[in-house]
Design a protein around this ligand. Structure first.
Ligand SMILES: Nc1ncnc2c1ncn2[C@@H]1O[C@H](COP(=O)(O)OP(=O)(O)OP(=O)(O)O)[C@@H](O)[C@H]1O
Length: 374
């Protein structure tokens, strides 16, 4: 806002010319001077300066909004935006319809828990016709680790929507709507994001997936404070993409061990406990506090006593809930649509108890999963 141009503020032409002649071009430059300084600099009277400053302030600083007007705007946006249903009834109910448009949704969890499976299902759903609960749109899938498998996605489609996928040409049409990008470095990723900005606004893109953000960031940045600092640019860029395009952006995040120095500084991190089983007391999300604040919806995928759970750990519209789920040939499905409410440290704890037993799927029926992605 502060960078808004004076010439675009509807000032009287004579006054706009005076600013231009003194090389004062932005609201920031005007508002950082006193009225007295401006009178002196512009060589105009107090009345003209006051009225120009009042106009510039009004345009540069948005007026306050009431809760009522925010609610009305939200209802209006819902009509144009809304949610991408996940096809997981309990989760969709908790999210008031699915993954919300215009914000970042994070999927975080240990390796092999099902983040990519979830992303592939969401991509399929976004590309499906509206009568099947889809968004009838295109998807941009940034596949950092070459984990996206078109064969697996089609398998999910065929098993979940057999009638639709029986029709001639449907597989080609759905698969053709998903654009997979595989950036090989952080700079290529940054370049792709900038290009995506254009296509999001021009094309019928209804979903952007970044799988995984942690992997791409770790390729380009070192560790610690410098990484957090540089991550800031990507966070604000991706957030602005979501806000401008009003589409859902789903980003995966990995987990890592918590170091001794970190202790337990933030509420979203796992409390260090003396876990007698020693299973999972040190797992935290790989991207830190800045990232955690940037996401609006946080879904933690975890394993507990050999059972997979999906936890709605952060949401502005729902209490924290956990749903048991499994992965079948039809993709992710909930075992229970009634979520268990979570309290305290449990909300953000990332369990992987019995994780190795459940991820050892033999891959039959989806031969490419463990080989080269197709
Ligand atoms: N056709 C299938 N039927 C049943 N389960 C499957 C099938 N294909 C994959 N899986 C399950 O999905 C799991 C892999 O999930 P996914 O690749 O989504 O993990 P991830 O969380 O993205 O892991 P990473 O962090 O390593 O990328 C496997 O462990 C397996 O249990």
């Amino acid at each position: 806002m502060a960078e808004k141009l004076i010439k675009e503020m509807g000032l009287p032409k004579s006054m706009a010319n005076v600013f231009a002649a003194r090389n004062i071009t932005t609201a920031k430059e005007v508002l950082s001077l006193t009225e007295f300084d401006l009178m002196h600099l512009l060589d105009v009277g107090m009345a003209q300066v006051s009225s120009a400053v009042a106009r510039i302030s009004e345009v540069a600083c948005p007026p306050y909004q009431t809760a009522l007007s925010l609610m009305e705007q939200r209802v209006q946006k819902e009509e144009h935006g809304g949610h991408l249903p996940t096809d997981l009834k309990g989760l969709d109910e908790a999210l008031c319809g699915g993954i919300p448009f215009g914000v970042l949704t994070e999927l975080v969890g240990p390796a092999g828990i099902g983040k990519t499976q979830f992303c592939m299902k969401l991509s399929l759903l976004a590309s499906l016709p509206a009568v099947y609960g889809g968004l009838n749109g295109h998807v941009i899938y940034i596949d950092v680790e070459s984990k996206f498998s078109s064969r697996r996605m089609i398998e999910i489609g065929v098993k979940s929507f057999p009638d639709l996928f029986k029709m001639t040409g449907v597989i080609q049409e759905m698969a053709g709507r998903i654009l997979v990008l595989r950036p090989t470095s952080l700079s290529k990723f940054t370049e792709s994001l900038q290009q995506i900005k254009e296509s999001l606004l021009q094309r019928q893109v209804k979903l952007l997936v970044i799988d995984s953000m942690a992997a791409i960031i770790s390729r380009g940045y070192g560790h610690g404070a410098s990484r957090q600092h540089l991550l800031g640019w990507h966070i604000s860029f991706i957030k602005s993409l979501a806000e401008i395009s009003r589409i859902p952006i789903v980003v995966t995040n990995q987990v890592r061990s918590q170091t001794h120095e970190e202790g337990c500084q933030y509420s979203f991190q796992v409390q260090r406990t003396e876990d007698p089983a020693g299973y999972d007391s040190h797992l935290v999300a790989a991207l830190g506090i800045n990232w955690a604040h940037a996401v609006t919806i946080r879904l933690v995928l975890e394993a507990k006593s050999g059972q997979r759970f999906i936890k709605l750990a952060k949401s502005p519209m729902s209490p924290p809930l956990a749903f048991p789920f499994n992965i079948t040939s039809a993709g992710i499905s909930l075992l229970n649509d009634i979520g268990t409410e979570l309290k305290g440290a449990e909300i953000n704890r990332i369990h992987y108890h019995g994780h190795s037993e459940i991820i050892n799927f033999d891959g039959k029926g989806c031969s490419d999963k463990w080989g080269k992605p197709t």
